[in-house]
Design a protein around this ligand. Sequence first.
Ligand SMILES: Cc1ncc(COP(=O)(O)O)c(C=O)c1O
Length: 400
Amino acid sequence: MPFLSDTLARVKPSPTIAVSTKAQELKAAGKDVIGLGAGEPDFDTPENIKDAAKRAIDAGKTKYTAVDGIIELKQAICAKLKRDNGLDYEPKQVSVSSGGKQVLYNALMATCNEGDEVIIPAPYWVSYPDMVLLAGGTPVAVEATLANNFKMTAEQLEAAITPKTKWLIFNSPSNPTGAGYTHDELKALTDVLLRHPHVWVMTDDMYEHLAFDGFKFCTPAQVEPKLYDRTLTINGVSKAYAMTGWRIGYAAGPLELIGAMRKVQSQSTSNPCSVSQYAAVEALNGPQDYLSANNEVFVRRRNLVVGMLNDIEGVTCPTPEGAFYVYPDISGCIGKTSKAGTLIENDEIFATALLEETGVAVVFGAAFGLSPNFRVSYATSDDALLDACTRIQTFCAGLS
Ligand SMILES: Cc1ncc(COP(=O)(O)O)c(C=O)c1O
């Protein structure tokens, strides 16, 4: 349509949101659908956080705030970054936005010029490449394959860097694979970055607290303090505190960059929701014990799903270190035909046939830049997971 912008033509709508919407529509139409597409915990937001929000409303904290966040929240974020990550930041180095998504968007809009390259290990969170494109940059995907547990190697990073590289976007534990980089694996990457002083690192630590089996989360500026001046450390309350709907994400980084991000936000949305900011203060400053309690539930569900998927011939599912996703490889299913007669040519066709023939909604791997796979979000009840994995087993057993 000529009326629409060229910029818009460069990007596609979020495929993960599309899958959730389709599953909801089928459900509303009376179909028996199990949605494993949504990237959000099924837990309710903890009571102490909800109470803090209610208190904020009653106290009339319902007006505009400073564009990139109230000082109480910035202080809570600095305390969190010190406590959990050993990183020293001052409140003026912190920017708060309406979700981690807006933080990433602001940062890319504030820094990308035409021709700037942004390295993104694939499989990646669906929004990274499209946000880079919206900002006028060029996404450079680096395939982190099953053979290396979906982690990019130092050699791959080195080979991807050019004089035009502006950012590396780093995400551990990862959406969509759940893969988490150990200290040594991350150090190998930061060593490469040390040799290329023009490359900055945007680290998306959204799944920091969803780390299992003793996996020790680490973040680039912590592993290599020499990168502090060119690192943007991004995090948020959405996933760990079951606060996806509250829309609070944040970043800490060099003053000039934070100021540039504030400028973008000041001319787009202004401040994130005032009430949500007070809730986030409580999330970060309040008790943290439910994080480990939630993780016990997630580990149980992960093990259930990984076990049942690996029982399927043609499917390989590594056990991830964190987040609430698994990303099974389905190479052994490609080229086969489903019971209803669909030729499974690729993972998108697999996911569509699975939804239509069994009512299980998953997101196909091509959306995340590595195929043939699909992503399961196991942030749903054990019963639903058991039912869904049984249906996937039956579907795959029916392939011939
Ligand atoms: C890796 C990653 N980063 C950022 C986000 C965005 O989080 P928020 O809901 O806070 O915008 C998500 C949400 O799915 C995510 O998976």
